[in-house]
Design a protein around this ligand. Structure first.
Ligand code: UN1
Length: 496
């Protein structure tokens, strides 16, 4: 068991308070993975000061040079992928293949953002006046506050950190208290890659204390947050008077729409992967399945049979298909939704309980759960559960199905299974979510395109790559007009 320290100004330091919390293995709650600092305002102040101090030098370093650090980090991440993937599973619970995938996403992001160091594209345009030109350039904001969740404990820090740094910002990372050890390993890799001291700082601890103090700190220029809608909303209210850019990635209530002409076997794999992969703990998880009435009963039967057969267990065991929930609170929340679903009149088809036999009793395991006869207005069809619970609904047509998909306040990811190319194309237009999948599940976005949700799912500042992705948030546009005529030229006036 390791005692973790904050990383401030290039040094690993204990918290001023001397207090620590425990990160435990969700598959065996008695196993402490690490003790992490319960940082307070003073630790945060030190970290922000270190980031602010290192900003002028980092900002002036040419972006292709900054990129060299990211390339080296990508190489170290690749080398350490096996052990880091295991650590993800140990601390967060997802099965090992997914733990390795989490690290792979960080490797992809490191290479991608390193490449951006030679792009960071602006515009050059002709001016209306002679001997004058105009261009836009990207400049950093300053100190970025990065607040990350536990469900992608390496990947999501990488989305924010690499994008922030390549643009020339310095940063303070505040990871979830459920995955501090993964965050420390991630930061150690950047340290080993030769990142100058103070450019990235790490402060661990509770959101209410360390996270809040960081987000509202006067010397922080912008905030990027991934987490629940409730916390995102509170953050937005606290930041409103400060007029500081805030990117939020929040919840989802993502749906898979299965039409009567779909390949049902393929759709089944999509639902199992989207609904029960990562134990349903992705913001892109498929928690609703809307099936055309002509194939509804058949599909439901296939789904229930397959869900019952899923093997629960410690994610490090090679035959495990579904790991534990992150903590007792998450387990209680998901179990509570089983009760709510039953009270609302939905029909529990399988699962619904804590899985407690043998070794499983030590962890936060829940049986893969399927409800049928779910109505769009029910809470289990509207609220994010973040657990292995799939709500199956019935629709009578493509149009009715699309309306049902769109009938929540969220809008992160959605999917359609159909063999009709015209219908697939219409779905691309009609589904109101930031990500739309055709004949694929709601999860598994790749990093070279933007990632973000509509409505309550996000603030409209997508992360990751592509035009309009994270680079747009972590840089700001400065417009430069250069007049080399040697005389006063008045725009809009001296146009002859
Ligand atoms: C998340 O659930 O918070 O698209 C992120 C996916 C992953 C990222 C999910 N690449 O499912």
């Amino acid at each position: 068991m390791e005692i973790l320290h904050n990383f401030i100004g290039g040094q690993w330091l204990p918290p001023g308070s001397g207090d620590y919390g425990e990160s435990v293995n969700p598959a065996r709650s008695t196993e402490v993975v690490a003790r992490y600092p319960l940082s307070d305002r003073n630790d945060v102040n030190r970290a922000v000061a270190a980031a602010a101090e290192s900003f002028p030098r980092w900002r002036r370093m040419p972006a292709p040079r900054r990129a060299e650090v990211l390339f080296r980090a990508a190489e170290i991440l690749s080398r350490k992928k096996p052990e880091l993937g295991r650590l993800v599973t140990l601390e967060m619970g997802k099965v090992l293949a997914e733990g390795l995938g989490d690290v792979q996403e960080a490797i992809d992001m490191a290479y991608f953002m390193a490449g951006e160091g030679r792009r960071l594209i602006g515009e050059t345009v002709p001016c209306e006046l002679p001997d004058k030109d105009g261009k836009s350039i990207r400049v950093p904001h300053g100190v970025a506050a990065l607040i990350t969740p536990w469900n992608f404990p390496v990947a999501i820090p990488s989305w924010k950190v690499f994008a922030a740094l390549i643009c020339g910002n310095t940063a303070v990372l505040k990871p979830s208290s459920d995955s501090p050890r993964c965050a420390v390993e991630f930061v150690r890799i950047l340290e080993a890659a030769g990142l100058p001291p103070g450019v990235l700082n790490l402060v661990m601890g509770r959101g209410e204390l360390a996270g809040d103090a960081l987000a509202v700190h006067p010397n922080v220029a912008l905030v990027s947050f991934t987490g629940s809608c409730a916390v995102g909303g509170e953050l937005e209210a606290k930041l409103a008077p400060l007029h500081r850019p805030l990117a939020q990635e929040m919840g989802g209530k993502n749906a898979i729409l299965i039409m009567e002409d779909a390949d049902l076997e393929l759709a089944l794999h999509g639902v199992l992967w989207g609904g029960f992969g990562t134990t349903g703990q992705r913001c892109t998880a498929a928690s609703r399945v809307i099936v055309h009435e002509a194939v509804h009963d058949r599909f439901l039967q296939m789904l229930v049979k397959a869900a019952r057969a899923l093997r629960l267990g410690d994610g490090l065991q090679s035959d495990t298909q579904v790991g534990p929930l992150i903590n007792q609170r998450a387990l209680n929340k998901a179990l509570n939704y089983v009760r709510i679903g039953q009270e609302e009149g939905a029909k529990l088809q399988c699962g619904g309980g804590r899985a407690g036999g043998g070794e499983l009793a030590l962890g936060n395991f829940m049986e893969p759960t399927v409800f049928s006869e779910v109505k769009p207005s029910m809470r289990i069809a509207q609220e994010e559960i973040f657990g292995p619970l799939v709500a199956v609904m019935r629709c009578s047509s493509f149009e009715a199905g699309v309306d049902m998909v769109n009938s929540t306040r969220y809008g992160l990811s959605s999917a359609i299974y159909t063999r009709d190319v015209n219908r697939a194309a219409r779905a691309e237009q009609e589904l109101e979510s930031g990500l739309v999948y055709v004949n694929a599940s709601t999860i598994g976005a790749e990093i070279q395109l933007p990632f973000g949700g509509f409505r309550y799912s996000g603030s409209g500042h997508p992360e990751a790559g592509g035009r309009m992705g994270a680079i747009d948030f972590f840089s700001r546009i400065k417009v430069v007009y250069r007049d080399f005529s040697g005389r006063l030229q008045r725009a809009q006036i001296d146009i002859e």
